[in-house]
Design a binder for this molecule. Structure first.
Ligand code: SF4
Length: 285
């Protein structure tokens, strides 16, 4: 794992509502009884807490454009993050037509990740709801893999209404399973080494499968892959997707030999064969 002050992006998660329900979503969309929407004051506090952070500040959901105050949030980014190159935006394009001018005013095109999930044969997601502790009996192997987690090293830390987290998937877990919350959203919370955020990693990572080499699944699948202990958690929080039966139970163990085999051509970060920034700006990988 890398220090939070080295991650490429810290996301501000303005909502976990989304117009889509992709399989194995990093925000567990479809499992929440009720989505959250950050207030403008919470967005301001989140941005101010990142003063001095040298890398990108993301505007993230769910789907950010479903937030009823999306326009005001963009204006707040413009006001409080003077360097346009630091502002980043993730969208599936839901509100693109309505907000196009404002989006270009707020973000550089190359700082936008546009992922409309429309092509039914493109889009693969690593399962995230197969608890590592359920499928690996060897605890030292589990931590060896977690300590090298690609999401933590390549993607983002996060701020949600429940606090600040070293990892975006840990943040989503905390929200879904009614966790104890993250760090107080105050200046410099992100100035932490892996030793300093170890307690968060110990709380969330064993319930996650991001770091475990296994086959990717189509984002267009009807259901999420979950292990037994996660199924119990989903039942407890009355997940709508779980209650509709839109999960498939993963109930087996992995050996070290299998992990080594899966590792060989495992590139879970590569979820589509191109990069797309806007509806018209696409580059082959
Ligand atoms: S919670 Fe999951 S995605 Fe985040 S660092 Fe831990 S294993 Fe990786």
């Amino acid at each position: 794992m890398i220090p939070i002050y080295e991650v490429k992006t810290i996301q501000i998660e303005v909502t976990n509502a989304c117009n889509l329900t992709c399989a194995n979503c990093t925000r567990f969309v479809g499992h929440h009884q009720k989505p959250f929407f950050m207030s403008l004051d919470e967005v301001r506090t989140a941005i101010k807490s990142l003063e001095g952070f040298k890398n990108g500040i993301g505007l993230m959901g769910g789907e950010p454009t479903v937030h009823p105050q999306f326009a005001e949030i963009c204006k707040t980014y413009q006001e409080l993050i003077a360097d346009k190159h630091k502002r980043q935006f993730w969208t599936n394009g839901y509100g693109w037509k309505k907000y196009e001018k404002l989006i270009y005013e707020t973000f550089e095109p190359k700082n936008i990740v546009y992922n409309d999930h429309k092509n039914p044969v493109v889009g693969w997601h690593q399962p995230l709801m197969v608890a590592a502790k359920d499928i690996l009996d060897d605890e030292s192997l589990m931590w060896e893999l977690i300590n090298d987690c690609w999401i933590q090293e390549r993607w983002s830390a996060s701020i949600t209404p429940k606090g600040a987290f070293f990892c975006e998937v840990a943040a989503a877990q905390d929200h879904l399973y009614s966790g104890t919350g993250g760090y107080p959203i105050e200046k410099g919370w992100w100035n932490k080494t892996p030793e300093q955020f170890r307690e968060q990693a110990e709380r969330y990572c064993p319930n996650c499968s991001a770091a475990i080499p296994m086959p990717k699944e189509s984002a267009h699948n009807d259901c999420d892959t979950v292990s037994k202990s996660i199924a119990e958690k989903l039942e407890k929080v009355m997940s709508p997707k779980f209650l509709k039966g839109k999960v498939q139970i993963f109930d087996r163990k992995f050996s070290r030999a299998e992990i080594e085999e899966y590792k060989k051509d495992w590139t879970p970060w590569s979820h589509r064969p191109y990069k797309q920034y806007t509806p018209d700006l696409i580059e082959k990988c």
